[in-house]
Design a protein around this ligand. Structure first.
Ligand code: SAH
Length: 248
């Protein structure tokens, strides 16, 4: 899949694309990321991309025309009808289901806003959907774009070192959308705290039961809505329900 990113700060993406386990996904173009510097599509000596808001008020607004010209250049190269996504607090918050949808898609054009935002006429004419990272305000859409690209990359087969390990992560339908269990590693005793004995037992079934119970416990405490969703989907076994009812 291919993501074309429109940004005023392409350099922010370089360390991100070249670090960590997801680097392979970008290098091998499992997730093909192309960066487009919006300033290259602005006109005049100053290559202006923003102007003062009509009606007055603070800040600047991204002009529609450079965005359109950049989008046209991308369309000419892509030759498909990839949706245009604008990162914005208005959008639907990104979640696991959204990330899975993107990770099985042909990609998108990602528009990173800056300043007070984007001229509404560009949004009305060319943006297919808006995506938010959560109920807070960033200075730009770049971090939201990186969040989406990172989450999509780690779902690609072969990207994580341990095949299938993302299936054990929080929110994954493979584990009924529950939160993850706690993790421990060496030494067995650290600062007077022992790692849970169940994990040392070598008993596969006992370890899996322990993990399942911790997932249920943590999810019930922090995200009861996810327990309700798992129950509604018929994903909780009798043993799960008995454990939850015991209130441990
Ligand atoms: N005036 C806007 C915020 C502009 S912040 C408002 O109050 O809603 C500048 C840019 O940062 C936005 O255009 C958007 O692309 C990005 N941004 C800010 N907060 C975001 C969020 N929660 N999720 C995704 N993108 C966000």
């Amino acid at each position: 899949m291919r993501f074309d990113v429109i940004t005023l700060f392409p350099e922010l993406f370089e360390p991100f694309l070249n670090s960590g386990v997801t680097r392979r996904a970008y290098e091998q173009k499992l997730v093909d990321v192309r960066l487009w510097n919006l300033r290259d599509y602005a006109e005049g000596n100053y290559r202006r991309v923003d102007d003062r808001p009509f009606g007055g008020g603070p800040g600047m607004v991204m002009m529609a025309q450079p965005l359109l010209q950049c989008l046209q250049a991308i369309r000419a190269e892509r030759n498909d009808a990839a949706p245009v996504v604008l990162f914005s607090p208005i959008g639907k918050p990104l979640d696991h289901a959204g990330v899975e949808t993107w990770s099985a898609s042909a990609g998108a054009v990602l528009v990173c806003g800056r300043y007070e935002g984007v001229d509404q006429r560009f949004i009305d004419s060319h943006v297919d959907l808006q995506v938010s990272l959560g109920d807070f305000v960033l200075s730009g859409g770049e971090i939201a774009a990186m969040a989406l690209l990172d989450a999509v990359a780690r779902l690609q087969p072969g990207v994580l070192n341990d095949e299938g390990s993302h299936q054990a992560d929080s929110f994954n339908p493979a584990l009924d959308g529950l939160l993850d269990c706690p993790h421990y590693t060496r030494p067995e005793e650290w600062a007077g705290h022992k790692a849970p004995a169940e994990l040392m037992s070598g008993h596969h079934e006992q370890i899996e039961r322990w993990r399942r119970e911790r997932r249920l416990e943590i999810t019930a405490r922090h995200r009861p809505d996810l327990i309700a969703a798992a129950r509604a989907a018929g994903a909780l076994s009798k043993a799960d329900e008995a454990f939850l009812a015991s209130g441990q």
